[in-house]
Design a protein around this ligand. Structure first.
Ligand code: CO
Length: 134
């Protein structure tokens, strides 16, 4: 089992278009695509390719997890995503350390990758997504 590196960081924003204007037009990051993710009730904008992407996430409903995050903490870093080569082994290793998992069993995320979220309490206060690509 091995972690391969930082796949993406996700930043929660209140106004996706305004945030895109800032990250693309002011900062100069390449906007790769915009995607609606109905299961998570968010719209996302992805910048860059491959490892180290930046993802802006904006809630589409007032009851989504990201909407609650924004209410509580305001805009800011929502999670990081670590690419791993064997997600089941990573989950087992974290659980063996007592890390609470939000997803004990991987879900299918964007592009058909397996993903699972680790509770911030398990990884030094940072909500962390594990991802095993295809
Ligand atoms: Co993510």
């Amino acid at each position: 089992m091995k972690a391969l590196g930082l796949d993406h960081v996700a930043i929660a924003v209140k106004d996706l278009d305004a945030a895109i204007a800032l990250y693309r037009d002011v900062l100069g990051l390449e906007l790769t695509h915009i995607e609606e993710v109905p299961e998570q009730q968010v719209r996302t904008a992805i910048f860059g390719h491959g490892m180290g992407r930046v993802e802006l996430i904006c809630p589409t409903t007032s009851t989504s997890g990201v909407a609650k995050f924004l209410e509580k903490r305001g805009e800011g870093l929502h999670h990081i995503c670590i690419e791993v080569d064997d997600i089941e082994a990573s989950i087992a290793a974290l659980k063996a350390q007592g890390a609470p998992m939000i997803d004990e069993v991987p879900k299918i995320g964007a592009g058909g990758a397996k993903i699972a979220f680790v509770h911030p309490k398990g990884l030094k206060g940072v909500l962390t997504e594990l991802r095993q690509g295809k």
